[in-house]
Design a protein around this ligand. Structure first.
Ligand SMILES: [Fe+2]
Ligand SMILES: [Fe+2]
Length: 150
């Protein structure tokens, strides 16, 4: 299904998140544009979390969720899961900072991040598009622009 224009920037972030998730896995391929040594991967993941992921989570939690809240029960339930997964991802980032067992932690974090993003792309976003419809998606677009610009 083609992504609605309003959600395209978020889907674009998801693409970068998936690359990070794959890089963190134990069986990761070597990427020319990403670090390949465990310590460097851990640092990259921590930096990426604070430079990109956290803003993305805030947008989903503080703009997207309030906008759709109360419109559809299954969507509300999905968002409760989404928010608890965001917290879990942050916990794993914090664990990475301790420098202990980073290979296992990165592997778990990679799996967590990948399944989180795939759930949003395959289930949550299509549901948002369905529940909101064209007109409200346009309003959401305005809301995102207004709130994320300051
Ligand atoms: Fe998310
Ligand atoms: Fe997301």
């Amino acid at each position: 299904m083609k992504r609605n224009k309003t959600l395209i920037p978020l889907s674009h972030d998801h693409h970068h998140g998936l690359l990070l998730a794959q890089m963190l896995r134990k069986n990761a391929l070597e990427y020319r544009t990403l670090p390949n040594l465990p310590d460097q991967k851990a640092k990259y993941a921590i930096d990426f979390f604070y430079s990109d992921l956290i803003k993305h989570f805030r947008l989903e939690e503080d703009i997207l969720y309030p906008f759709v809240k109360g419109l559809d029960r299954s969507l509300d339930e999905m968002f409760i899961e989404i928010i608890s997964e965001h917290k879990k991802i942050e916990e794993y980032i914090n664990k990475l900072k301790n420098n202990i067992e980073i290979i296992d932690i990165m592997d778990t974090l990679g799996k967590l991040l990948e399944s989180h993003i795939r759930k949003e792309e395959k289930i949550v976003f299509p549901k948002i598009e369905l529940v909101l419809g064209e007109e409200k998606l346009r309003q959401l677009d305005v809301e995102i622009l207004r709130k994320s610009n300051h």
